[in-house]
Design a protein around this ligand. Sequence first.
Ligand SMILES: C[S@@+](CC[C@H](N)C(=O)[O-])C[C@H]1O[C@@H](n2cnc3c(N)ncnc32)[C@H](O)[C@@H]1O
Length: 460
Amino acid sequence: MNQNPQNTLPLGDFKPSDQWQTHINFIFYGTLGPAIHNHFQTYVSRDYRLAHTLAEDYYQQVCDSPTQTTRFIQEWGVGNGNLAASFLSRLKELDADERVYPFTHYILCDYSEEILKGVRLNPRLLEHRGRFSTVRVDASHLDCFKPQSLDKIISNEIWDDLATKVLLKHDGTVYEEYLQPQLDPSLVDADFHSLQDWFDEKNLEELQAHASLLPAIVWERSFQRVDINDWPYHEAIEEQLQQCGDEIPLPINTGAFITLERAHHLLKPDSQGYTGFDYGMFGLDDLNQEGRPYFNLYGGQYTFMVNFDLLARVGKSIGFGQVDKDYQDRYVGRQLDGPVVSLVELVQNHPQVAEMAPWDRDVLMLQTIHAVNTTYRSPYKNKLEYPPMDGTPKKQRKLIAQLAQKLNPYGVPDTVAYVSESEVFKALKPLRKLGYREKDLQRVFHSHPPAIAFTAIHFR
Ligand SMILES: C[S@@+](CC[C@H](N)C(=O)[O-])C[C@H]1O[C@@H](n2cnc3c(N)ncnc32)[C@H](O)[C@@H]1O
């Protein structure tokens, strides 16, 4: 929970968490645009493996029913457009007989013009000119498309951004979380009252110059009694509340519920369905883990973990006949015929990593990429930028620059990229030289998923 330092002033009143969360995220994306990827990476922003798995899955599903009419795929919440680019490239490669790719049209939907501007300049996506288009639309108000017109819908890490309420129960009473944003006025290089007004009006033009203040916002929280009888899907929510312990905060991803309703309305009856990837609690056991986190703050952005168990219940009550959940790494691993892990998980399992200074961990990360690159080959050329973090001493700064400069452009594309067990074990010799132990590496590939896990969920 955030501390409330004495010297902060409110930027607005206490409101239910979904209201402030969507407010701040609109300002975050609207002021930063594609620069959001300086704050975080996703499994698709540089890596291609999740997108390829999706394309392979899709291709297998549709190639048995060839069509001469266009199949429309939509992606909601598109970031830098790399998921679309990798999906289309893989689809084209698989489709040697030209039965699917020439009849595919991929529509990238996002509510941020800044984001879409970046997407339209993505060189890898431009290789598919004519096969894609962009639409500025809010994923919560997708009323502009024809019902039953889509063949597939995809989203990655959007539900965590969409409206989410938080409930917890105590002695048979249900409480809802409220938030209030606060800021230290001494950090503000403008009149504080004007800033309050711009913040309240979501005035992106004025706020652009103050975007660096977003991470300094302090969030005060309180819980207030609530009656959920008139909430959509309250039966499903109540059923889940009954199965969860007291004082356990449950994210209720109401924005995600709306995307499921829209998806059900827009997908053709014989479509390939809606596949969403996100991170959160896979099942009831994970929800019931005491003390597990339920929200995240990244560079000013406010996200909530996804409650996949509730999403599945809601999907069924909306009318989806089949809902399947899968851990995301297992979903990718199945196409690669073996388990995969994200590269950062390898580094986290180095025996000395806990005692290392952050810059030494950066050096280890780069050396690990070099080691894995002895066996790994990406189909796409990509120069991995690795700027040193603030405070890095001169010696490590120089080493990081040298290691980054020598990275193979066809090597591991990102620090969160998926690497397979066979790629890692073929590189065992150079990894051992860096201090990795075989038993730790084995464990990384075969351990139980954590309570908060990246998950793939399919609605059909
Ligand atoms: C965390 S980023 C993920 C981007 C991309 N899918 C990826 O994984 O790299 C969330 C994306 O969703 C978009 N977004 C957030 N809320 C949205 C909404 N209500 N409607 C449409 N797009 C939204 C943002 O502009 C951003 O492009």
